[in-house]
Design a binder for this molecule. Structure first.
Ligand code: ADP
Ligand code: 5GP
Length: 188
């Protein structure tokens, strides 16, 4: 049986990755979203097990010791994130495609072990618009906002290393573009 394909979506905070991924998985039954673990607090409206598994640092360290991560990284200072290995491997074996919404460090860890993965970078139309989107989401304090914007340019600098770059100006068009990339890669 054909194995599933692994798609990685990265981009700076607030660029619309989560919104795009939600649309893709809602409309395509052949692709699953990998729910990451994180040590950050849930935002208003985020649900444990749907958006993230919100765990303590001790629980995270235990998973790390047990070799439970496909990849893992510390993003924006001390916040820890990771992709649980087991569900992703199971879906791929079953022939289901998987989307990982992860940062640049994690993306390159995965690429090393799974060279066939498809890397897609989502760019904001401008840094001003990126800031406006993070503000609109209302999720950050002044300090965490500064950390996220501080990292944004460094992350954007890595975009050329990805297989595809998609500018998320108009949401519908960006979703269509990502969907087109997925279809094209499936047919390779
Ligand atoms: P990320 O997952 O990259 O951090 P989100 O998906 O949480 O970003 O999006 C950040 C904010 O920007 C959300 O409020 C979302 O509704 C909004 N947003 C996403 N895409 C667009 C777009 N194309 N135009 C305007 N606002 C957008
Ligand atoms: P947020 O806190 O805004 O949800 O995510 C912050 C950053 O962490 C984003 O760049 C997001 O892609 C990244 N991220 C989320 N989950 C994971 C993960 O499992 N692994 C890695 N390496 N990064 C992640």
């Amino acid at each position: 049986m054909r194995k599933g394909r692994l798609f990685i979506i990265s981009g700076p905070s607030g660029t619309g990755k989560g919104t795009i991924c939600k649309r893709i998985v809602q409309e395509d039954p052949n692709i699953r979203f990998s729910v990451s673990v994180t040590t950050r607090n849930p935002r208003e409206g985020e649900i444990h097990g749907r958006d993230y598994f919100f765990i303590s640092k001790d629980e995270y360290m235990l998973l790390l010791e047990q070799d439970g991560f496909l990849e893992h990284a510390s993003v924006y200072g001390s916040t820890l994130y990771g992709t649980p290995k087991e569900p992703v491997q199971k879906w791929l074996e079953e022939g289901t495609d998987v989307i990982l919404e992860i940062d640049v460090q994690g993306a390159f860890q995965v690429k090393k072990n799974e060279p066939d993965c498809v890397m897609i970078f989502i760019l904001p139309p401008s840094l001003e618009e990126l800031k406006a989107r993070i503000l609109k989401r209302g999720s950050e304090t002044e300090e965490t906002m500064a950390a996220r914007l501080g990292e944004a340019q460094k992350e954007i600098d890595q975009a050329p290393l990805y297989d595809y770059q998609v500018v998320n100006a108009d949401l519908d068009r960006a979703v269509e573009e990502v969907r087109g990339i997925i279809e094209k890669e499936r047919n390779k």
